[in-house]
Design a protein around this ligand. Structure first.
Ligand SMILES: [Ca+2]
Ligand SMILES: [Ca+2]
Ligand SMILES: [Ca+2]
Length: 304
């Protein structure tokens, strides 16, 4: 049933007056510059607020240099980034902020290609940006085997100017390593034996010699061909004895497996092989002439 005409007219007037009232309120809000007081906690970012509740505008952890996590908003409506986090994008054990501080590449696990990760080097205190600095405390050696050229164009051999053939060693920790993994370093191989008097004499100052040159890019390798008995090949026990007796922290080794061309190239003990960063033999010296001559040959190696 429709309402009587008089009542309809009356209702229309009421609605019309309500509509007019609404329009009047809207006009007064926009026309008089009434500013709302910002309320921190109302969930709206207002003047003077960087965030409110779960609202941060377009801000995210990445804007603060972080890799992951979520921002939080403080009771004062300021952004709190303490809940953001750094990631280890390259899995080398060093978070992005540590890599940034060290100057290493957070997307490359071994920035200087010495075979030790940036994380290992930062933790151990060696320089992750320098090939010639590596962490001795980890009891393993630089490894640049992947850098060794498949074909250097230089003939292999154990005479001056030849490319040193690879030698498979076992070190004093019982671990295998290859001569060619030291490609990129100068290498001084001393071939000796436990029974050899001059070898023992030379070994007394080997550690000091290595400490003098190690941060200049020379890796010393002390290889024992024999143990205490001439003609009887050195064992892990012999090289561990040798390393302990002379306090040697650099590689002390015996050759693993079958004989190599290095054995055939040695006719007296000790024999020193001075090898350049390109793994080419630069100099050879038979016998122990005393440290001054060995030192001068090592220095010469650095200039070649
Ligand atoms: Ca990293
Ligand atoms: Ca490294
Ligand atoms: Ca390094």
């Amino acid at each position: 049933m429709r309402p009587p005409t008089a009542l309809r007219r009356s209702l229309s007037r009421v609605f019309a007056s309500l509509g007019l009232a609404s329009i009047l309120v809207g006009a007064s809000m926009t026309g008089c510059d009434v500013e709302e007081t910002p309320v921190c906690g109302n969930g709206k970012i207002e003047a003077g607020e960087a965030c409110d509740g779960t609202h941060f505008g377009a801000a995210a952890c990445a804007d603060f240099g972080f890799d992951s996590g979520a921002l939080t908003c403080s009771a004062q409506c300021t952004v709190d980034s303490s809940t953001c986090a750094f990631a280890d994008a390259d899995g080398d054990g060093a978070l992005t902020d540590a890599e940034t501080a060290a100057g290493t590449d957070p997307t490359n696990p071994d920035s200087d290609t010495d075979g030790f990760t940036d994380g290992e080097e930062i933790a151990a205190g060696s320089d992750p940006l320098t090939l010639d600095s590596w962490p001795v405390s980890l009891q393993r050696w630089p490894n640049r085997l992947v850098e060794f050229p498949a074909d250097s164009g230089v003939a292999t051999g154990w005479t001056k100017g030849k490319m040193a053939a690879n030698v498979a060693f076992t070190d004093q920790y019982g671990n295998p390593f290859d001569l060619h993994q030291l490609y990129g370093y100068n290498v001084v191989i001393t071939v000796g034996a436990r029974w050899c008097g001059p070898c023992n004499e030379a070994a007394k100052t080997s550690e000091a010699m290595w400490e003098e040159f190690s941060n200049q890019g020379i890796v010393f390798v002390e290889m024992l061909v024999d143990g205490p008995t001439p003609g009887k090949q050195a064992t892990l026990t012999d090289i561990q004895f040798w390393a302990k007796k002379y306090h040697l922290q650099f590689p002390v080794a015996f050759r693993s497996g079958a004989g190599s061309s290095l054995d055939a190239a040695v006719s007296s003990l000790p024999t020193y092989f001075f090898i350049g960063r390109d793994m080419v033999v630069r100099d050879i010296f038979e016998g122990y002439p005393g440290d001054p001559l060995i030192r001068s040959k090592a220095k010469k190696l650095l200039t070649q």
